[in-house]
Design a protein around this ligand. Structure first.
Ligand SMILES: *[C@@H]1O[C@H](CO)[C@@H](O)[C@H](O)[C@H]1NC(C)=O
Ligand SMILES: *[C@@H]1O[C@H](CO)[C@@H](O)[C@H](O)[C@H]1NC(C)=O
Ligand SMILES: *[C@@H]1O[C@H](CO)[C@@H](O)[C@H](O)[C@H]1NC(C)=O
Ligand SMILES: *[C@@H]1O[C@H](CO)[C@@H](O)[C@H](O)[C@H]1NC(C)=O
Ligand SMILES: *[C@@H]1O[C@H](CO)[C@@H](O)[C@H](O)[C@H]1NC(C)=O
Length: 316
C-alpha cells in the first residue's frame, strides 16, 4: 500500500475519532432567571418556571439557572461553562440595560454569544416568547416591538414562510413531515403576548432582516400579522414567539396536549440541545458544575399562586 495514502487515511481516521470523543455529549444549558411577581416574591426574589427546565431535560441536557443582578465576572464564567442559553418567557422588562435584571443580563449574554460565534466558538441561543422579543431587541439594538397585540392564552397553527425548507430548524431533509404538518395545520403553538415583531418593523430595521430568516408568521385576534419563528442566517440563534414547552408541561393555559403537539415540543427541544452538544464550553471542574446545577434547588408548587405555571424554581 502506498504509505502516503496510508498515513493520510490514518490521520483522517484519528482526527475524526479524536473530534468525536472531544464532542461534549453531556450538554449543560443555562436558563435565565427573572424577578418574581408580587404574588410569588415570598418564595424568592427571582424565578424560572419549571416547564423550561423539564423541556431541556427531556432532550438530554442538564440545566443551570443563570441568576440576575450578578457581577460581570459571574456572567463571563457562566458563559464559558455552558453549552447554550435559553431566554425564557415571562413578564420582565426587556429594554432597560441600566441594571442587571432580565434585560441587562440578556444583553451581556447575547453579546458574549455573538462574539464567541464570530471567533468560531459555536454557542447556541434560543428565545421563547419574552425571550424571543429580547433576542429581537438585542439584535436591533433598540425597541422594535409593537404593543397592543391580542394573542393571549391561545394556540395557533403557524403560517410557514417562503424558504423555510432550506432553514436548519425546519429543513425539508431533516424535519419529519409530521412535524411540519402539526406546526402548520394544528392549534399547536401556544401564544401569550401583548407585544410582537411585525413584518413591517422586521423589514424597516435592517439589523434584523439581515440577521434573521423568518420561518413563520401568525395573525393576532385583531388581524395584525407578527413574526412567530426565526433562525439567524450565520449564528445558531433561534426564536419562537410561541411556547413549545407548554405542550407537555403546563396545564393552566390553552396549550395542546395531544400526542402530535408533544412531539412538536420534543422536536424543538431535541434540535436545540443537539446544537448545544456542538459547543465546546465546559465547567472548570465537576465540583464547580455541581454548585451551579438546578439540582441545588427544589421546585415550588404554584397551584394556588400562579395562573400560568404549575411549578417554578426560586432563587434568593
Ligand atoms: C436587582 O437589583 C435591583 C436594584 O438593586 C433591585 O431593585 C431588584 O429587586 C433586584 N432584583 C432581583 C431579582 O434580585
Ligand atoms: C415599530 O416599532 C416601534 C418601536 O420602535 C413601535 O412603536 C411601532 O408600533 C412598531 N410598528 C409596527 C408597525 O410594528
Ligand atoms: C383552532 O382554534 C380556533 C380558535 O382559536 C378554532 O376556531 C379552530 O377551530 C381550531 N382549529 C382546530 C383545527 O382545532
Ligand atoms: C387560559 O385558557 C384556559 C383554557 O381555555 C382557561 O382554563 C384559563 O383560565 C385561561 N387562563 C387565563 C389566565 O386566562
Ligand atoms: C400543591 O398544591 C395543591 C393545591 O393547593 C395541593 O392539592 C397539592 O397537595 C400540593 N402538592 C404538594 C406536593 O404540596
Amino acid at each position: 500500500m502506498n504509505t502516503f495514502i496510508f498515513k493520510v487515511t490514518f490521520l483522517i481516521i484519528s482526527v475524526s475519532i479524536i473530534s468525536t470523543y472531544a464532542l461534549p455529549l453531556r450538554p449543560v444549558v443555562g436558563v435565565l432567571a427573572q424577578g418574581s411577581s408580587s404574588s410569588t416574591k415570598k418564595y424568592g426574589a427571582s424565578y424560572i418556571a419549571a416547564s423550561y427546565i423539564k423541556y431541556l431535560e427531556s432532550a438530554g441536557a442538564r440545566v443551570v439557572p443563570i441568576l440576575v443582578n450578578q457581577t460581570d465576572e459571574y456572567y463571563n464564567n457562566i458563559f464559558k461553562s455552558l453549552n447554550g442559553i435559553l431566554f425564557p418567557g415571562g413578564g420582565s422588562d426587556i429594554i432597560d440595560v441600566s441594571h442587571i435584571g432580565y434585560s441587562g443580563a440578556a444583553h451581556i449574554l447575547y453579546h458574549l454569544g455573538l462574539e464567541a460565534n464570530k471567533q468560531g466558538d459555536f454557542f447556541p441561543l434560543w428565545g421563547i416568547c419574552l425571550g424571543f422579543e429580547e433576542l429581537m431587541v438585542q439584535t436591533a439594538g433598540e425597541d422594535v416591538l409593537k404593543e397592543g397585540i391580542k394573542a393571549s392564552n391561545i394556540s395557533f397553527p403557524v403560517q410557514l414562510e417562503q424558504g423555510y425548507e432550506q432553514s436548519r430548524l425546519l429543513n425539508a431533509n431533516t424535519t419529519p413531515p409530521s412535524i411540519i404538518k402539526t406546526l402548520s395545520t394544528v392549534n399547536s403553538t401556544l401564544n401569550s403576548h401583548n407585544m410582537a415583531l411585525t413584518p413591517t418593523n422586521f423589514t424597516r430595521f435592517t439589523a434584523l432582516s439581515s440577521f434573521f430568516q423568518v420561518l413563520s408568521t401568525n395573525v393576532d385576534l385583531n388581524g395584525v400579522r407578527f413574526i412567530s419563528t426565526v433562525e439567524a442566517y450565520d449564528y445558531p440563534f433561534y426564536g419562537t414567539q410561541w411556547h413549545p414547552e407548554k405542550n407537555a408541561f403546563e396545564w393552566k393555559v390553552n396549550s395542546c396536549h395531544a400526542k402530535e403537539c408533544v412531539e412538536l415540543m420534543q422536536y424543538m427541544a431535541n434540535f436545540f440541545v443537539e446544537e448545544a452538544r456542538k459547543s465546546q464550553h465546559q465547567f472548570s471542574s465537576p465540583d464547580e458544575m455541581a454548585k451551579h446545577l438546578i439540582y441545588n434547588y427544589d421546585p415550588v408548587n404554584l397551584s394556588q399562586t400562579s395562573n400560568a405555571f404549575e411549578q417554578a424554581y426560586f432563587f434568593p
